[in-house]
Design a protein around this ligand. Structure first.
Ligand code: UD1
Length: 364
């Protein structure tokens, strides 16, 4: 069986890495499995893409569609056109897509129209907020997938509620956590002199990239000021996504406690998180990593598609306005944050289960 693994942006690479390992393990045991890594090129900067392949030992992509940036429709259309051409030349038996980015949805639609089976890793997540492009991507991808691999029981329930046959839903755990656990011992301090000698617990890690939070420079400036005022005893380390860096340049905020840097590699970023007092973010994946590490986490959003990070883990939602963020920030640095527990099956073996189910489902 030939499997296409589709990846386009940072979080995809982290989810894909353990699947490659698991496929190779099964192959060693005599399973007839082969894979092709298709990088859509949605993320292309060295630190947004190549550094993840290097640090997580992911084999070089077999193909790069090189779609790069664009509007939602331009990016989606470019992935569809590029992947269709690739499939016309050489068609695998199964297309595996990850998460909720534009590349995920675009590749899933293209594969389905070429009569391929589609497997969705991290299926069934729903934030209920259709203003997020990712929510549209999740719903569309799940509406045409054939196999559904979920990170939580609630995601499996969402799929059942949408009419998906139970025999195609597999609760397997979280491949992002597989990667975290595999590399936990290799996490390393950043080489950037501004970040190298930070005392453990003396700082917060901040990440923001959602258009809603960063495209409006006034809102971004007010969020940063609120964080600095509410957390007077902590430095704020802010590795800025390219989208955010553009907005930061415009507002030109200066504060000796705010340490902005370019995006960091996986090993340095998670080292900083592991030693931090707490994390403030609008990412979904980071709320899962902090939950697994037991690090307090505040999410600058009104909703989450990952409710277990709040119900079981260390995450809380704070909204996006200064009025709602302020009391939560004070609580975050008060030392009285909840401890949290580890969600079911977030044990480092999700990818192994996924490949096991594929092997069994197709009788390989
Ligand atoms: C995408 C995903 C989001 C994911 C995030 C992780 C969608 C809709 N969003 O958001 O779910 O959480 O990746 O980072 O697919 N840019 C660069 N260099 C790069 C990549 C992007 O400069 O290597 C710039 C682009 O020019 C653009 C902006 O960053 O201005 C946004 O990139 P894009 O891929 O559209 O979406 P993300 O915000 O990264």
């Amino acid at each position: 069986m030939k499997i296409d693994l589709i990846a386009g942006a940072r979080p995809n690479f982290v989810k894909l890495a353990p699947l490659v390992d698991a496929i190779l393990q099964y192959r060693k045991q005599g399973c007839d499995l082969d894979y092709r890594i298709v990088h859509t090129g949605q993320h292309y900067d060295l630190e947004m893409s190549q550094s993840f392949f290097d640090e997580l030992n992911i084999p070089k992509p077999d193909v790069n569609l090189d779609v790069r940036s664009g509007t939602q429709a331009e990016q989606t259309g470019a992935v569809m056109a590029g992947y269709e051409k690739l499939l016309t030349d050489e068609k695998p038996d199964l297309c595996v897509v990850f998460g909720d980015i534009n590349s995920t949805m675009a590749a899933a639609i293209t594969a389905k129209k070429m009569h391929l089976d589609v497997a969705h890793v991290e299926a069934g997540l729903r934030s209920g907020d259709l203003e997020m492009p990712e929510e549209v991507n999740r719903i569309v991808t799940d509406s045409i997938s054939d196999l559904f691999f979920t990170t939580s029981r609630s995601a499996s329930e969402n799929l059942k509620g949408a009419g998906v046959d139970e025999s195609r839903i597999f609760f397997v755990g979280n491949t992002m956590i597989d990667t975290l656990l595999k590399h936990q011992k290799s996490l390393r301090p950043p080489t950037d002199p501004k970040l190298r000698d930070l005392e453990p617990d003396s700082y917060l890690v901040l990440t923001m990239h959602r258009p809603k939070n960063v495209d409006d420079a006034t809102l971004l400036a007010s969020t940063l000021k609120t964080i600095l005022v509410c957390c007077p005893d902590h430095k704020v380390v802010f590795p800025a996504h390219p989208r955010t860096a553009k907005a930061l340049d415009k507002i030109g905020i200066e504060d000796s406690r705010l340490i902005a840097s370019p995006p960091l590699g996986y090993l340095e970023f998670n080292y900083l998180v592991s030693q931090s007092a707490a994390v403030i973010t609008d990412s979904g994946g980071i709320t899962e990593e902090t939950t697994r590490m037991g690090i307090p986490c505040l999410t600058l959003r009104d909703s989450t598609e990952r409710p277990e990070t709040v119900e079981i883990g260390t995450n809380e939602l704070a909204g996006t306005r200064p009025e709602t963020i302020t009391p939560m920030l004070k609580k975050l640095v008060s030392g009285k944050w909840k401890k949290g527990a580890i969600p079911e099956l977030w044990d480092g073996r999700a990818a192994e289960r996924i490949v096991g189910h594929i092997v069994e489902f197709y009788g390989l």
